[in-house]
Design a protein around this ligand. Structure first.
Ligand code: NAD
Length: 247
């Protein structure tokens, strides 16, 4: 489905991002995954190569909250590979802090990574995509971008912003043949979820009509669809993959 496409996936070392990288590789893409450290990137690359030595995968670890470093990395990749067809903004952190315990620094931290870093990656990538005749941008939102959550307001705030970037840029960049979409996972079994307080996970899980949390691979399937030509007329969409738990 993605033969000869070049994809950059942030937060590709574990969880949902790792499964997106696997799906893209298994469907013929060349993938450059980003992680937060050289060590985590190399571990992910070793695992992927062990699964399939033919997969064309490489890694980088730019500081995502540094706009200049991200732009330089994306431009270097474009120079090396000749194009970037797909940008996936998946790296993210969550928070569950009650409002009365919040600090300004906590709020800044989540907005810096979950919102500003998404913009920092889109900016250079969209310019290169426009020049090459088109491309596809997909960001990881969340079910809480629709419902909010009962504690840790910075996290839903950041994901509402991801949706805002998505629908606005879909309208702005359509003329340049760049599709912009987001995927809004529900509770998905990754390290991030394991780190949340148990009562919060249980409360959310009780409201899942499909009766279980999602698997990262099920979420990655939506990223595959949106990156592929099957979604050639889909843009400005926030696709929920949450077992209907938002409704
Ligand atoms: P995870 O913690 O397993 O993985 C997070 C990824 O982001 C890792 O690859 C990590 O290297 C990267 N990352 C984290 N902080 C970083 C930083 N400062 N700089 C660079 N990279 C950094 O989490 P996950 O559950 O796979 O989450 C991936 C995305 O999915 C996030 O955007 C998250 O908000 C979203 N999401 C997750 C769930 C869920 O239930 N797991 C639900 C909805 C949305």
């Amino acid at each position: 489905m993605l033969k000869n496409k070049v994809a950059v996936v942030t937060g590709g070392t574990r969880g949902i991002g790792y499964q997106i990288v696997r799906k893209y590789l298994a469907n013929g893409a060349k993938v450059i995954l980003f992680g937060s450290s050289e060590k985590s990137v190399n571990t992910a690359l070793e695992q992927l190569k062990a699964e399939n030595a033919d997969w064309q995968v490489a890694g980088r670890w730019p500081k995502l909250t540094d706009a200049a470093e991200v732009a330089q990395t994306i431009e270097d990749i474009h120079r090396e590979y000749g194009r970037i067809d797909i940008l996936v903004n998946n790296a993210g952190i969550s928070q569950s802090t009650p409002l009365y315990d919040y600090t300004a620094e906590d709020f800044d931290k989540i907005i810096d990574l979950n919102v500003k870093a998404v913009f920092y990656a889109i900016l250079p990538a969209a310019k290169l995509m426009k020049a090459q005749g088109g491309g596809c941008i997909i960001s990881t939102s969340s079910m809480v971008s629709i419902s909010g959550q009962t504690s840790g307001c910075g996290y839903p705030t950041s994901k509402f912003a991801v949706n805002g970037l998505t629908v606005s840029l879909a309208r702005e960049l359509g003329k340049d043949n760049i599709r912009v979409n987001a995927v809004a996972p529900g509770v998905t079994l990754t390290d991030m979820v394991a780190a949340l307080p148990k009562p919060m996970i249980e409360a959310v899980s009780r409201n899942i009509p499909l009766g279980r949390p999602g698997d990262p691979e099920e979420v990655a399937n939506a990223f595959l669809f949106l990156a592929s030509d099957l979604a050639s007329y889909v843009t400005g969409e926030v696709l929920s993959v949450d077992g209907a738990s938002r409704v």
